[in-house]
Design a protein around this ligand. Structure first.
Ligand code: PXP
Length: 239
């Protein structure tokens, strides 16, 4: 069975729009789990534009809920993540001006730092993942850095699907990277920009074990409700 991780950052975006307490990400985390999400993803960004420290702490203290905390390599964020005690961490690149995570990590440039962060979390028995572009070179580098998992950035693929452009090359890149990672003992996840159609295509890649999806789930739920949307994604990924 492939797993569905639901990213609830944009519940916090909505709450923050009014500076009050509704809708509550803590309630959302419990609620989406009840509706079938296998894990929750939250991104504690350096500028705290959606999820805040207290949200992360409270969400990570919910019993029997698997929480995947996305973090940058900034010392302040890493220190906080250790205190927050998530089940999983996913290291992502971060740039203050971006609207959302624009690509995978620059592994070559940040090798030393990423390796030491992975060690920090592994010592605490927290599953580690690296958000990377679909490239064989980055998969091999990820192995050298000692990560348990990789998450392949699917943003480019998802955009090609949305624009009805040729997806073959990008699909091949994702498939080859997934296969290589799986062969060398790294668990493969995928995420970014996914909707029903792009998820359906990628779920044909057996090596992908987990999908992490946020913006589309939260925005589609405005019309059809979280229950229906989560149910539909679970069906699609395990067709
Ligand atoms: N996976 C990772 C590592 C991400 O950084 C994000 C965006 O925060 C997602 C998945 C979810 O992307 P989207 O909101 O576009 O579904």
């Amino acid at each position: 069975m492939k797993r569905l991780g639901v990213n609830i950052d944009h519940i916090a975006t909505l709450r923050n729009a009014r500076g009050e307490s509704h809708p509550d990400p803590l309630f959302a985390a419990k609620f989406v789990k009840k509706l079938g999400a296998d894990s929750i993803t939250i991104h504690l960004r350096e500028d705290r534009r959606h999820i805040k420290d207290l949200d992360s702490k409270n969400i990570c203290s919910i019993k029997n809920l698997l929480v995947n905390l996305e973090i940058s390599i900034k010392d302040e964020i890493v220190k906080n993540a250790i205190k927050i005690k998530p089940n999983y961490i996913c290291i992502v690149p971060e740039n203050r001006r971006e609207v959302t995570t624009e690509g995978g990590l620059d592994l070559e440039k940040n090798k030393k730092k990423i390796k030491s962060i992975i060690q920090l979390f592994k010592k605490r028995k927290i599953r580690t993942s690296l958000f990377i572009n679909p490239s064989l070179k980055d998969v091999l580098l990820s192995k050298q850095l000692g990560t348990d998992c990789i998450e392949i950035h699917t943003g480019r693929f998802a955009n090609l699907v949305k624009l009805k452009k040729n997806i073959q090359n990008e699909f091949r890149r994702i498939k080859r990277s997934s296969k290589l990672a799986n062969d060398i003992g790294i668990e493969v996840h995928a995420g970014h920009g996914l909707d029903y159609k792009s998820t359906e295509i990628l779920s044909k890649i057996h090596e992908i074990k987990e999908f992490n999806i946020g913006h589309f789930i939260i925005s589609e739920s405005i019309f059809f409700g979280l229950k229906m949307v989560i149910r539909k994604f679970k069906k699609i990924i395990n067709k």
